[in-house]
Design a binder for this molecule. Structure first.
Ligand SMILES: *Cc1c(COP(=O)(O)O)cnc(C)c1O
Length: 466
């Protein structure tokens, strides 16, 4: 017990110059709490037979705890996973135009629901309504929290009436990850699902035969995160639209990703656009703001004005609406699409997706010495390798983008060292997120901008893999 009396008191530790400096930056309350907790831990450890730490050790512990407490939980990472629109890493990085717009909106009052012309109340959807109509050819538009919310609101507005049903092809009843399953969303929205066709083939007559007096709509869902190959058939949008309209039903499309431009122009595979669906006769189209569009998290609904008006009147719209920061960023991103010639240089997501392989390979050449340097004492080799990046967020699952990066491989048979390095990279000031595949730790450099490279190397120098 007299061992324990060698521990300094709370007030002794608090009067130490280093701890006083911590109080200055983090506040009295937090540091007093951390000092108490550190002393309590030391006491408990001493009772368990461990050595009594000296003041220097204790202060180092308080300092580390204070640092850990002030690091933001939502902190930036380096996405070297090879998946550009990575849902778990926040999907699209915003372009500068959107960042400055959202900062301005955050800092100031703005005309969110205020009509500057007549001084009366406005509608927050007006911030982006005209732009969305211009870019998609739709009559009207509305915005909610994400595309899952858009689909939910659409179904809840148009198919909730007792006994009405939504007809969907069985091959499109998808799960998007993060628990978005089309049948579940339908049920929660109060809509009843009628599945038609088979997993691989659905024909127009399957839809035709399923239509009854209780049908609420025909729906097409873009099967974004998988591809069925071989003996397949799905019904083109135009035919579904004609069939729906012949029965005075709406035809709606959940596009999922949905971009507002022709991606082929930048050597990327074609992804269906809302404009194509509208031109094919869709009455409503929903898509995400933070997938291929390259904007903030949002769900966009575009289409017939009478249907959009009904959706806007649903009380749940109020619960699913977006805030001014999202709208400011979305408006800025949509504006960029007005000038396709300069879209690639301005829209971060597109820049990353269309980055040439040779360019990524030169980044790998520049960064190879840094990574070799920090791993020099470990039994691994580091090499430049060709890689394949994915678009991510369920887009174009079969298309892989030619990329390059660094591969760390164990010298012996044991791959435990890779997991230690991978964990070490995650513990850096700015965590570096790669992937382990085929006994190699792979760092795909597509999403590391050249301007970030020197900061990346400095950050890497802090690596410890113990
Ligand atoms: C991604 C996706 C959704 C969900 O969109 P969020 O914006 O993530 O809510 C819905 N449907 C399809 C087809 C999708 O690809």
């Amino acid at each position: 017990m007299n061992q324990l009396s060698r521990l300094p008191s709370v007030s002794r530790l608090l009067s130490d110059a280093e701890v006083e400096a911590l109080v200055d930056s983090h506040g009295q309350k937090v540091i007093t709490r951390l000092v108490r907790e550190t002393l309590a831990d030391a006491r408990e450890a001493a009772r368990a037979g461990e050595a009594i730490p000296d003041s220097t050790d204790l202060i180092a512990k308080v300092t580390a705890a204070a640092r850990a407490l002030t690091l933001p939980r939502l902190r930036p990472v380096y996405n070297l996973t090879g998946t550009v629109l990575h849902t778990n890493l926040g999907r699209a990085s915003l372009p500068e135009a959107a960042i400055s717009a959202l900062v301005t909106a955050a800092r100031n009052p703005c005309a969110l629901e205020y009509d500057i012309e007549d001084g009366g109340r406005g509608d927050r959807d007006d911030v982006v309504n005209d732009l969305l109509c211009e870019l998609t050819g739709a009559e009207a538009a509305t915005v909610v929290n994400n595309n899952a919310a858009a689909v939910f609101l659409l179904l809840n507005t148009l198919a909730r009436k007792k006994q009405t049903k939504v007809i969907v092809s069985r091959g499109e009843l998808i799960e998007i990850g993060g628990a978005f399953r089309v049948p579940d969303i339908m049920k929660r929205a109060g809509a009843k699902l009628v599945e038609v066709g088979t997993t691989n083939r659905t024909h127009l007559k399957d839809f035709r035969e399923a239509i009854t007096g209780r049908t609420a709509m025909l729906m097409k869902i873009h099967t974004s995160n998988f591809a069925i190959q071989g003996f397949t058939h799905s019904v083109p949008e135009r035919e579904l639209a004609e069939l729906a309209h012949a029965h005075e039903l709406p035809f709606v499309v959940d596009l999922g990703s949905g971009t507002l431009t022709e991606l082929e122009r930048w050597g990327l595979p074609h992804e269906p656009t809302p404009r194509e669906s509208i031109e094919a006769g869709a009455d409503l189209v929903t898509f995400s703001g933070d997938k291929l569009l390259g904007g903030p998290q949002a769900g966009l609904l575009v289409g017939r004005k009478d249907l959009i008006d009904r959706i806007k009147k649903n009380p749940l719209k109020r619960a699913l609406r977006v805030g001014k920061i999202t709208l400011a960023a979305l408006e800025a991103v949509l504006r960029l699409y007005r000038d396709p010639d300069r879209l690639q240089e301005r829209l971060t997501a597109l820049q990353q997706l269309s980055r040439p392989e040779a360019d990524i390979r030169s980044a790998a050449e520049r960064l190879l010495p840094s990574l070799r340097g920090v791993l020099a004492s470990l039994p691994v080799t580091v090499e430049i390798v060709p890689l394949r990046s994915q678009i991510g967020s369920g887009s174009l699952p079969v298309d892989r983008l030619a990329s390059a990066g660094l591969a760390v491989r164990p010298q012996g048979k044991k791959s435990g060292v890779l997991h230690r390095i991978e964990a070490g990279l995650r513990r850096l000031d700015r965590p570096v997120i790669g992937r382990i595949e085929d006994d190699a730790l792979l760092l795909d450099l597509r999403c590391l901008a050249p301007a970030e490279e020197s900061e990346f190397a400095t950050n890497l120098a802090g690596l410890s893999c113990s």
